[in-house]
Design a protein around this ligand. Structure first.
Ligand SMILES: Cc1ncc(COP(=O)(O)O)c(C=O)c1O
Length: 389
């Protein structure tokens, strides 16, 4: 197996002894991201106020093209950016007011940005949540779609791949088929599938909001969240910053106008450094002849080796955990989920030995990326065995 560690030489040099297995959380930053990061600084120094012409004229359009290519979306202009997905989901919900609680169909596997915010809205009667349990995993897609058919919600919000278990939702087309600008809106959170597995959303692009960001498999770090907003849906979010009509900056103050494209979801003054990093990483992948399919195939080989090694006791106590198998077939998440009451204790113990994983409740997550090869799986198992003895 070819090694790609040289693409991450700065991250390795900065923490030489560390075994980093949380690529599904904070993915290590490739060297290319450093160049992108510094490019943002250089533009600020060189262009000062005029940097926004470069950001809106070149940097953002490049990032839009990168995302549209990755997801096979017909029009890069439908994509808007924000520092995080939370801002974008709040803005989307703000565009919807019915004078009664919004009926929202979701799952119990959503990431905290949505879980917490929607829970708080429910306290105030702004939304009414219908929550479909992820387990049993084998029937999740079917059960979610059945609930959707039984009563079409105002907003369907769920993850494509669930952050804790890696469960994949396979019903995007069916959900999108019910979406209308003046009816149900559908939002799919792609954070755990974007650049983690090949994704083609061309068939749903006209009807589905797609959320994602740079922190994980896009290897670009924070500050580069995005949303594809289907044309005609949510034209005037109530939560709006002045960048949502950036074109009118020199016009007379008056009507609150919005960009017709993905720009209508922009907020206000933001740090575009993450978007620069994202573009630099994408350019590096292209130079290296790498794409999401090639990287996933490689990671899946390592993932299979890791699953076999933990089951056979090579990683000591981890053999006592239940290895979750949420998807019977098809693309899998880039991490494995090991369920055990000691998950958070294990994570803390491993951390003391400079082995970085993460824990969510009773699940220990171990994530793999482009910077791992076969020798890392063996080193991880040996290190874990020693640390948890
Ligand atoms: C499914 C999912 N969505 C979103 C996020 C990030 O949310 P935000 O950009 O609001 O911080 C994560 C981060 O771990 C995630 O796992």
């Amino acid at each position: 197996m070819k090694s790609y560690k040289h693409l991450f030489s700065r991250a390795f040099a900065a923490a030489p002894g560390r075994l980093h297995f949380a690529a599904h959380s904070h993915h290590l930053w490739p060297d290319a991201s450093y160049e992108g990061h510094m490019g943002a600084w250089d533009d600020s120094a060189r262009l000062a106020d005029r940097k926004w012409e470069r950001i809106f004229g070149e940097v953002i359009p490049q990032a839009q093209r990168n995302i549209a290519n990755e997801l096979n979306l017909p029009d890069p202009g439908t994509i808007g950016f924000a520092p995080n997905t939370h801002e974008l989901l709040v803005r989307t919900f703000s565009a919807r007011a019915e004078g009664r609680p919004l009926d929202v169909l979701t799952s119990d596997g959503e990431f905290h940005s949505f879980r917490r915010q929607s829970g708080r809205w429910a306290e105030d009667g702004r939304v009414q949540l219908r929550i479909v349990p992820c387990e049993p995993f084998a029937t999740f897609t079917e059960r979610y779609l059945a609930e959707l058919e039984r009563a079409t919600p105002d907003i369907a919000f769920l993850s494509h791949v669930m952050f804790k278990s890696g469960l994949r939702f396979d019903g995007a087309r069916e959900v999108a088929a019910l979406a209308r600008p003046d009816g149900m809106w559908a939002v799919l959170d792609l954070y755990h599938s974007f650049m983690a597995m090949p994704c083609d959303f061309s068939a749903v692009a006209e009807r589905m909001f797609l959320l994602g960001g740079g922190y994980k498999y896009a290897m670009a770090g924070e500050g580069a969240a995005y949303m594809h907003a289907p044309p005609g849906f949510a034209p005037r979010p109530q939560n709006t910053g002045w960048f949502a009509d950036f074109g009118a900056i020199e016009a007379k103050q008056g009507e609150i106008a919005y960009a017709a494209d993905g720009g209508r979801f922009l907020g206000a003054t933001f740090d575009a450094t993450g978007v620069y990093r994202f573009n630099a990483v994408r350019a590096m992948l292209e130079r290296e002849g790498l794409n999401t399919g090639i990287i996933s195939d490689r990671v899946m080989t390592l993932r299979a080796a890791l699953c076999a090694a933990t089951a056979s006791g090579e990683a000591g106590a981890l053999a006592e955990a239940e290895l979750l198998h949420p998807n019977a077939a098809g693309p899998q998440a880039r991490f494995i989920s090991l369920r055990h009451p000691k998950a958070t204790h294990w994570k803390a113990k491993l951390f003391q030995h400079d082995i970085i994983t993460d824990a969510r409740d009773d699940v220990l997550r171990i994530g793999l990326g482009l910077y791992h090869d076969g020798s890392d799986v063996a080193a991880l198992c040996a290190g874990v065995k020693r640390a948890l003895e």
